[in-house]
Design a protein around this ligand. Structure first.
Ligand code: FMN
Length: 355
């Protein structure tokens, strides 16, 4: 039986906070003189800002002495779009990278064990609180990008993504045991865009997929602390007002396919992040690599957005490898570019995800 830390009792107080309040976190408020528990709680405030598929935030944190354990919350799984929990585990990997990054910035990162208990697949990582050390400028640079990062589904400007940044993103993926492939040439991009459009048509024609998505898409006025508000979507304006009803009822696959095709061919950079093999351990690495890549891009004001349809359907995933000449397992397809800032999406607070 897991004992509740004393502040978990205060989680209910956070219900009155705005769903965007977690983004107002400031490094200046770090409790330097506080207890380890207070420090953990503050650091988790950065983990919860991580991206997650459909903004499901499928993570839970458990304080265990000097360690913090990261658990997968499989009650938040998307059984249709993500039947193996691959993206769920990747999302937790993103939260883990945010946590590591905040710990490194404040000088307390003591190491991480991935999947430390062979008989508990839900325990994804155990992170140790280290003794105070000096941080590096590289670590702090990624840390300061955390509150600025968003999934930006708007079209990007034509300005190219600097080749030096693409090199840095390749290194960022490699540092986390993953790889990043930049799609070059019109023909390759066109082939990927065709697969993305086919993925859209197939997913939207599946009523079960639409029902699942509808559960996580909210109208703008919603006070939900998870899921995707209408304003963050690239789909029809109607969705912004009517949200789940539209998603559930109408097959918008054709329109979505046309839009995504244009976004894939028109974005300054189209990249695929992947791993050599396809196990839960790889998914955790892929999630950490994904977060590192997105934060590194954000440092240079480059936004990222996902076009994962091809990876969510197994046969399209294989065809993606064949069209691009990839060996290994693609885990995320991203477009990158410069554009306008957008509003963040809701989050649950640290108190709400601590067990
Ligand atoms: C593993 C993973 C898969 C995702 N897949 C998609 C996707 O296919 N399409 C999309 O528009 N967004 C996708 N997202 C982005 C999430 O919807 C987004 O992170 C979430 O809504 C929170 O918004 P934020 O990133 O702006 O904080 C994905 C995110 C993760 C971590």
């Amino acid at each position: 039986m897991i004992a509740k830390p004393e502040f978990a009792m205060h989680a209910s107080l956070d219900h009155d906070l705005s769903p965007l309040a977690p983004w107002e976190i400031s490094a200046e408020d770090f409790p330097h003189d506080g207890s380890t528990v207070e420090k953990w709680k503050f650091l988790i405030g950065y983990a919860v800002l991580a991206p997650s598929s459909h903004n499901t935030q499928p993570w839970l944190f458990h304080l265990h002495g000097n360690d913090l354990e990261l658990y997968a919350d499989r009650t938040r799984a998307c059984r249709v779009a993500d039947p193996d929990d691959r993206e769920l585990v990747m999302s937790c990997g993103c939260a883990l990278f945010h946590l590591r990054s905040a710990m490194a910035h404040f000088g307390y990162f003591g190491g991480v064990a991935i999947l430390p208990e062979a008989n508990d697949p839900d325990l994804l990582a155990r992170v140790s609180f280290g003794v105070l050390e000096e941080n590096s400028p590289e670590e702090s640079m990624l840390f300061y990008a955390i509150p600025k990062r968003r999934t930006n589904r708007q079209p990007f400007r034509d300005d190219p993504v600097p080749p030096s940044l693409l090199d840095a993103l390749r290194r960022a993926a490699k540092d986390e045991f993953a790889w990043l492939h930049v799609a070059e040439g019109e023909e390759t991009r066109h082939a990927i865009a065709e697969l993305i459009a086919e993925g859209d048509r197939r997913q939207w024609s599946n009523k079960r997929f639409r029902l699942e998505l509808a559960a996580w898409v909210h109208p703008n006025r919603s006070t939900a602390r998870d899921g995707i508000p209408g304003y963050a979507q690239s789909v029809d304006d109607l969705l912004t007002y009517a949200g789940p009803l539209v998603v559930r009822t109408f097959n918008m696959g054709e329109g979505q396919a046309a839009r995504d095709h244009e976004l894939a061919t028109g974005s300054p950079a189209l990249v695929i992040l992947g791993t050599d093999t396809d196990t839960p351990r790889d998914w955790l690495h892929a999630g950490q690599a994904l977060a590192r890549v997105l934060l590194r891009a954000q440092v240079e004001n480059v936004w990222g957005s996902f076009l994962n349809q091809t990876i969510e359907l197994p046969d399209l995933r294989q065809r993606l490898c064949a069209s691009v000449g990839l060996t290994g397992c693609p885990q995320a397809c991203l477009r990158l570019g410069f554009g306008e800032d957008i509003k963040p999406t809701p989050r649950r607070t640290a108190n709400e995800v601590i067990i």
